[in-house]
Every structure is written in C-alpha cells, then in structure tokens.
Design a protein around this ligand. Sequence first.
Ligand code: ACM
Length: 649
Amino acid sequence: MKKLFILLSCCIFTAGAYAQTLVNETEIGDAETAISQAQIAIIPEPVSLMKKAGTFTLPANISIQAAKGEGLTQSINFLSERITTATGKFVSTVSNANHPTIKLILNTQNDPQLGLEGYKLNVNTTQIVITANKPAGIFWGVQSLIQLFPPAIESKELVENVKWKLPCVDVIDYPKLGWRGLMFDVARHFFTKEEVKQFIDNMVRYKFNLLHFHLTDDEGWRIEIKGLPKLTEVGAWSVKKTGTFGDFIPPTADEPRTYGGFYTQEDIKELVQYAQDRFVNIMPEIDVPGHSLAAIAAYPELSCTPDAVNYKVRSGEKIMDWSRGAPPLALVDNTLCPANEKVYVFLDSVITQVAKLFPFEYIHMGGDEAPHNFWEKNDQVKALMQREGLKTIPQVQAYFEKRIEQIVVSKGKKFMAWDEILEGGASPTASVMSWRGLKYGIQASKDKHNVVMSPTEFAYLDYMQADLITEPKVYASLRLNKTYQFNPLPAGADPKFIIGAQANLWTEQIFNFRQVQYMVWPRAFAISESIWSPLEKKNWTSFIDRTEAHFKRLDFAEVKYSPAIYDPIFTVKRSADKQLMIELTPEIDGLDIYYSFDNSMPDRFYPKYASALTPPKDANMLRVITYRGKQAVGRLISISIAELQKRAR
Ligand code: ACM
C-alpha cells in the first residue's frame, strides 16, 4: 500500500509538471513556439500540426455533441469513458447542448484529402472540434485528442491535482496506408480473450486498424470448429514447460497435457465485435500446410506419414533442423498431406466456419516454412506429381496453395499467404505477406499481387530489442532505431499494390502477457509511425522525445514497455596486442554511462565511459548504468568478462 502511495505521488507530480509546462506556454511569446511545439507528443506524427496560442481547460461539466445514428457512438463512449475515469469530471452526451465542449462532426461533403480514415482536429480555448468523412476518422481523431491531454488521462483510476489543460492546435491528418497491422501469435502460447482485448486497446492508441490473429501452429489449435471437436479437445493442449522454448526435454507420456486453451465460436464473435467497436478488423490465420502439428495430433489421417498416429502437440521440444536454413528439415512431419483429398475436405469445413465468423475480407492461409523432406519420399505425393504433371516439390506446394485459394474464394473471401507461396508459381489473385525481407514484396507488387509488408529486418517484434543479458534468448535482434527505419513503400515496389504493412509478434519465447507488452512497446510506436506518417515527417530525435513522453502515458495505463533505449549497446573487439576492448554505445543521445569492474553497483559518481574499456587483469564482471544528468534512466546491467571474451572470439 505504501509503495502504491509513493508510485501515485510520483505519477501525480509528473502529470502536474506536464500541465504546468502547458500553462507556461500560454504566457510565453512566439519566440518560444518551437519549445511549446515540442511538448506536443502525438504518435504517429500527424500529417500537419499547427500549435496556436493558448490552452483549453477541461471544465467541470463536459458535453460531447455528435449526431446520433451516424456511427459515432463508439467514439463518444471511448472519449467519455477516458475523461470520466481519469479526471472524474461529469460528461454528458446530450446532443442539444448550447455550447458543447467537444463536437464530433461527420462531413456532409466528402473532403478528398481525408479519405476513409483521416480527420481534422481543432483545439481552441473554449471548444474542441473533430471532423472526418467517416466514423473511423473521428475515432482516430479522438486518439490524437487524448494524446494532447496530460499523461494521467490514461489512468485506470481517478487522478487528483492535475491541471487538465490541452495546447490549442489545428491538426490535419490521414494515414499513408490503409492496412496497419499487428500480428499476435496466440498459438505458441495461448492468451485469453481478455488479454486479446487488452492487446486491441493498446493497438488503437497508435491507430493500428488490423489484428492478424495467428490461430494455429504446431503448439496449438486455438479456434473451435464445429464437427471437428478433436482440434480443440486434443490440438489445443500441450505440456506446460518453462525456460527456453525450443530446447525443452521432450515430454513423457505421463505428463499432463493441460497447458493451452482455445476460443469458442462465441468468444470469436465477441472479439470480432470488440475489435469492430474500435475500428479494428481481425484477420484470421490458419497456417497450412506446414506448422500443422496440432491439427495432425488431433486428426493423424491429415498427414502423409503413417507414424503421425503417434504425434503429439508440440510442447517446445525440437521438431525441426534449421542448420541448413529454410525450408527446414522436419524431424517429425508437421505438414498436411497435399496428396490426400481428406485434407481439402477438412480445410473446406474449417474455412467455411472461419469465413462466417470473421467479416474481414481476407483469410490468411499461412504457407510459410513448410518442410518438404517427408513429401520428397512419399509415394502418395509422387503419384500426385505424376497425375498433375508437377515437376518439383515447390510446385506441389503451389498446387496445394491454389486449391486452398479456390476454397477461400468459394466462401467469398480473398486469399493471403506468406511469401513462400511465390516459389512454385502463385496464382495471380493471391495476396502476399512479405516477411523474408522487402524483396519478395517488391517483386510481388510488380507482378500485381496485393502485398502487405512485414519484413523480419524491421518488423519482427519477437526479436530481442536489447542485449541478450537482459532479454529472453531469441536468435536475432531488432533495436528500436532499426524498427524506425521501416519504409513499407521501398524504391522499386509498385505502391499501387502495397496495401499495407504490419509488425509480427511470434510468441515462442513469450510466456505471459506482460512480456507481450514489453516486446510490442515501444517498437510498435515506430511501426505505427512508419505506416501512418508521411516519410518526410519521420524524425528520429523527435520520435525519441515523443517515445519518452509516451512512456509516462503507458505508466499510467499500466502497460509494460521496454526501456532498452536507455541501455548501452555492447560491442567487443580485440586490440592489436589481443586485449579485449569493450565499446558502450547508447542508442539515444544525451546519456552518460557509468561503470565498475570491482563488482560494486555503479552510480553517477563512478567512472564515466568515454572510450573503449579494457578490463583490469583480474576483473570478472563489468557493471554499467546509464544516467541523464543526475537521473538514473537505464537498468543496472552486469555482464561477465568471460561472456565478453566469448563474444570477442
Ligand atoms: C514466418 O515468420 N514464418 C512467417
């Protein structure tokens, strides 16, 4: 309780300081407009933002006015819930107020500049007005408006002693791309319906409008399919393992298979509605023909391999050999059999129900990383190749993908899959999600496929965002600054066919929802700005200032984020005389790094890092901490000299 009091006091102090800055802004002249502009921290950066003189003070009684029956109920509810919860002020939505505080207006004449999701936001000293062509635009305008409030507006409980003032601004804003997604893998680890709702809540703050729901994989089948009960009775459950996924000891037959879960069709309907109320579409992914061990454990007849009767849902044990790269060699056959008609009947049932549950126009059918080594040896597959005149195994996968696309299209949906489907020759109507770099997306756009860009290099949120010493081990790294360099419309692509972009959160190494948040934020700030804002508006220094302002907002919202930008990057080298040299580089400007080699915990009175360090002969530990002025901002990081020596080898 005491801790809670201290925490709240700190938050209130911070919020008060923020409001104070805004008060001062009204008193200062034009000469300091640049400073006041810097206090405004909207992510993603709007197309145009003009700071005006003065501030708007939230009155005790607030009325929100919007014509009823125009699809604005969600925006009104969202805004009034936020204001009431954090400020405790009274919000009325009586539409005939003489002088409404906040007006939400749908244009009667289409404003072509704003498109389907753009908005104009005017904050004046006495009134706030948001206009848009469509309800979605109003909703995104509301998100920007909330970001103009002091950070305490994100609190889940009443915050006292805040000056609820907003800077006066004129904003004109609209997105660069209409598909702004985050992929959430609920197959590797299951996340509850309530957690998925929280994921959506956090997305919409940053104007993401698409949740790519990765529902099936080797580790779990997460959606109820009527008539195929074993998918969820068997396929949704594995043995609970804790540690480093991928290296787990194979489970024994007597270990309980009670770890996992699935969404009933009623759950899915609820999530779709929840998302729609926040202008988010959900795109389901059923990942086939690879990544299908959970389905095969439920229905072994879907495999070409007779031994599949013994297969179990994966519990993090090794099932692939990646040593020769992709596609991997499968140690167990986790593919659906392309030569078995039962597979197409099975997928018809699945896709029929999925198509009814999700109103979104696309269904994603996976297609990635399908190992072919079991197919190469299989007589049924050989017979299929002969019958269909298929010369290579990639052509076998292409045959499978085309049949699946026909099923998807027959249910009135569009087919999307990962970029591997290009390999054996994709159908011209297939849409492609480019993940193995930008190059497949560039080529596919030139070949007139619709493309969503989500390259590993910039957009894989499962990769480590800081040193291995602070992160669960993943085979690759992706720092915030690299994420911020994501350009979903690269040179060489045909922009007409790039329909969107997204970041992907795979969850092999993510065992709980706090870690989900830690991996998503702040990198998804960078992704949202890369997809929404004009390229010329992107600016790393401004982005970091705004990111730090949003850390305060996420503190109030009780959302976890990674503070990795404050930690130094360790680089090791050897000098000419083979001495270890350790370089420490901050990811952002304005930080000082202090260190010790004597095992004690450094603070700002310790040696300050200036150039590459060589550890004293007998030292066995380097400890570092980062400060901004007198304020410790980084985590205290301890790294053994043995580890650094190993890295230098
Ligand atoms: C993928 O990362 N396997 C699409």
